[in-house]
Design a binder for this molecule. Structure first.
Ligand SMILES: [Zn+2]
Length: 323
């Protein structure tokens, strides 16, 4: 859905509320506090309902990314449209210019939109590629002059492969023609990689493809594995890690073009955004509807935002899912 359509179809708060109610509740409004379906509309405020069971009142925005935001929903919808359409990310400055809101609002809304992009865990299967990439930190001397380094305002962001550097390491897995999963890893140890693999991949009828990094060898205790030797060739039939390399490339472009610098604290948010975009690369339906439906029906992720556990939002999500 393009921005013009969004501005036409969702130009009032009431139209946006109606859309979100339909996506969240269908035909029968349900109280978010007690799950009762017995309620009535409060006449004095559009979109507000009063629960006949627990006597509390609520709107569809409770427990969603939109909760307690003063930005009108039509502007929220426009920003979501802009973010979804921006294949390699959208800087808060750009949102500010497009919407005419403050930078602070643009930044806050964009972060919340990313939270709404966190996908529920479904196990990968089939041919799965696993690889790692490195973000931020100081570049090693030998790598300083490289086209994969971006230096703006004195901050150097390096996204090249950099085993053994002090950069933030991120491990990623992708199912061929399927979804991608990433995880910020303090240390790329065999143990951490194995835990991630077990969490995200089904070992039955699956095969893992990696490069020759020695920690991946250990994963054979869990799953069948094929290895591509990069010093000889980059692919040998199905044996390659090109899909995950392409994914790292898309983040690299986004960081260079739109975000310039991403701190360790917020890296997980951007990973979530690029994962969402990658996972919907072949989606042909209405992306706005798809996004909004998820954002109003899977609210669990918001706990992490509310708790201000922004530091490693995905790690926390990951820990939670393990419980
Ligand atoms: Zn209730």
């Amino acid at each position: 859905m393009n921005i013009l359509e969004i501005s036409k179809n969702y130009n009032t708060q009431a139209k946006c509320i109606a859309k979100l109610e339909k996506l969240r509740w269908g035909k029968s409004v349900m109280c978010p506090y007690c799950d009762s379906k017995r309620n009535r509309a409060v006449k004095s405020e559009a979109g507000r309902h009063s629960c006949k069971s627990c006597k509390r009142s609520f709107t569809v925005l409770i427990d969603t990314i939109f909760e307690s935001s003063r930005l009108p929903l039509p502007q929220w919808f426009m920003i979501i449209g802009l973010v979804l359409n921006a294949k390699s990310g959208l800087a808060a400055k750009e949102i500010q210019r497009n919407i005419g809101c403050t930078y602070k609002t643009a930044y806050y809304v964009a972060m919340r939109i990313r939270i709404g992009m966190l996908m529920p865990n479904t196990k990968l299967h089939g041919i799965i590629e696993m690889d790692e990439s490195y973000f931020g930190g100081k570049a090693r001397k030998a790598h300083k002059i490289s086209d994969s380094d971006t230096s703006i305002g004195g901050e150097t962001i390096t996204l090249k492969r950099g085993r053994g550097t002090n950069k933030i390491s991120v491990a990623g897995m992708v199912q061929r023609k399927g979804m991608v999963k990433t995880q910020v890893m303090e240390k790329l140890t065999k143990r951490n990689l194995l835990a991630m693999l077990k969490h995200y991949a089904s070992k039955d009828n699956s095969i893992l493809v990696t490069d020759g990094f020695k920690s991946y060898k250990e994963l054979e205790t869990y799953i069948d594995r094929l290895e591509i030797n990069h010093s000889k060739s980059f692919s040998k039939g199905i044996v390659h890690v090109n899909t995950i390399e392409n994914f790292w490339g898309s983040i690299k472009n986004g960081v260079k073009g739109s975000y310039r610098a991403i701190s360790k604290k917020y890296l997980p948010f951007y990973l979530v955004e690029f994962e969402w975009k990658f996972n919907h690369r072949n989606f042909r339906g209405n992306q706005l509807d798809e996004y909004l439906k998820k954002a109003v029906t899977h609210q669990k992720e918001l706990e992490y935002w509310k708790a201000e556990s922004t530091e490693q939002v995905k790690d926390i999500a990951y820990e939670k899912q393990k419980e």
